[in-house]
Design a protein around this ligand. Structure first.
Ligand code: XLS
Ligand code: NI
Ligand code: NI
Length: 445
């Protein structure tokens, strides 16, 4: 069934052996310096803390194209004709890549893994043909599916959106794709199902009935939840915030907008959030802000790990290498009790100039090491205790007296006024100690 006879051999990356942990002193670019899967941190292995996922769309389907030119990526296993046989070969390449990398999970959209057919039925059949290869490869290797999703944005039929399209037939088409992907995600034992808005938003206020579109999006999600119940898919639904791109106004702007949508539409028992770094920054937030906002309310589901570029204002989806970023991300994740059944999915792509297959290894090794380091540093900071102590101390006024009365609900405006009339002016505001705390983090970086 292999599409390209040259690649019918057992290995697609013959020059790469399994990536091993060699420790911080290693100079081997194909070794982990910090990610040591079985090393136990705060009572759990690194593997279980981080639950790394690989994104099929970037790693296998990213070509390096940009608005100014076509793809640059050299991918020797790709046949000239992108048919089902080629897609099946690609799925095997992917699993070999994952096995060598030692990443436990992957994520995909329906159209990443199999070509779209001439009809919906043909697309379903193409998908099934590749799903059976992935199922076989999962059983052989123990690799698992973190989440599935449907691509409801690439095909021109989705020009006005999918669930929020002005055309009801497009809603129906999108529903058919999600129905199928829920079945597929269940078949592959997927632990989550992701809704990223795609084109669920609008470009032009003049032609848009916004509330009607939002109502349709809520109906769509409820239908998905209902169908999951019907077929016995018990995975976690996740909503992925992104403020813009492709549309000017995305309905899933940030964690706060998504949570409002979830609660306003009675979806809070079924849907959590998948927070992506570069989406957080596009929304004018930091990753740790979004993680803490979601986590504080019990809605932190999973993360899409990547990073933007300080000087570029779009979703560059770069691999995370900044240790401050991964440290703060891990501080927020540990604070909220971990990420399972979600994971750390690298929704990230190699740069257009990094066109060789080996660059895929360098990129993922670097991302995994950056998160492993962030995890170790965050755990050390937590064990040190000074950061937690400083925050606790900052809010100490809430532990007794009037603060305690406010928190436990025994104070009101009248009691507070009479308290202040007696007390007089406030003279005991504490320093925020920002610089002290920034220095403390640097002690551990
Ligand atoms: C795009 C999104 C997308 C989702 C999955 O910006 O990050 O990749 O994660 O549809
Ligand atoms: Ni994403
Ligand atoms: Ni993104």
């Amino acid at each position: 069934m292999r599409a390209n006879p040259i690649y019918s051999m057992a290995e697609f990356f013959p020059d790469v052996k399994t990536i091993e942990y060699e420790g911080a002193d290693s100079k081997n670019p194909l070794a982990f310096k910090h990610y040591n899967a079985d090393e136990v941190i705060e009572g759990k292995s690194m593997k279980d803390h981080l639950r790394f996922g690989i994104a099929y769309w970037h790693t296998m389907r990213g070509t390096g194209n940009d608005p100014f030119g076509p793809g640059t990526a050299v991918r020797p296993w790709e046949a000239a004709n992108d048919d089902v046989a080629n897609a099946q070969t690609r799925a095997r390449v992917f699993i070999e890549f994952m096995e060598k990398l030692g990443a436990p999970f992957y994520c995909f959209h329906d159209r990443d893994i199999a070509p779209e057919g001439a009809t919906l039925q043909e697309s379903h059949d193409n998908l099934d043909a590749v799903v059976s290869v992935l199922k076989e490869e999962q059983a052989r290797t123990g690799i698992q599916l973190l989440w599935g999703t449907a691509n409801l944005f690439s095909n021109p039929r989705f020009m006005h959106g999918a669930a929020t399209s002005c055309n009801a037939d497009v809603f129906a088409y999108a529903a058919s794709q999600v129905k199928k992907m829920l079945e597929v995600t269940k078949e592959l034992g997927g632990e989550n199902y992701v809704f990223w808005g795609g084109r669920e938003g609008y470009q032009c206020w003049l032609n848009t009935d916004m509330q009607r579109e939002l109502d349709h999006l809520a109906k769509f999600m409820h239908m998905a939840v209902d169908y999951a119940k019907q077929i016995g898919f018990t995975g976690q639904f996740l909503f992925e915030p992104k403020p813009k791109e492709p549309t000017k106004h995305q309905y899933d702007f940030d964690a706060a907008a998504c949570l409002n949508f979830i609660r306003a539409n009675g979806l809070e028992d079924y849907v959590k959030l998948n927070i992506e770094t570069n989406h957080a920054t596009l929304a004018g937030h930091t990753m740790e802000h979004e993680l803490d906002y979601a986590g504080g309310q019990g809605f932190l589901g999973s993360i899409d790990a990547n990073t933007g570029d300080l000087l570029l204002g779009w979703d560059t989806d770069q691999f995370p290498t900044d240790i401050y970023l991964t440290t703060k991300s891990m501080l927020a994740i540990l604070k909220h009790g971990g990420i399972a059944p979600g994971g750390v999915n690298f929704d990230a792509k190699v740069r257009r100039e990094s066109h060789e297959p080996i660059d895929l290894f360098h990129a993922h090794i670097g991302g995994m090491d950056a998160f492993a380091r962030g995890l170790k540093i965050a755990a050390a900071i937590r064990a040190d205790g000074r950061l937690e102590e400083a925050v606790k101390d900052r809010y100490d006024s809430w532990n007794h007296g009037v603060g305690k009365d406010i928190e436990n609900g025994t104070a009101n405006f009248e009691s507070l006024e009479s308290y202040m009339l007696t007390k007089g002016e406030i003279s005991d505001n504490k320093s925020g100690r920002q610089e002290y705390l920034e220095n403390l983090i640097n002690e551990y970086i």
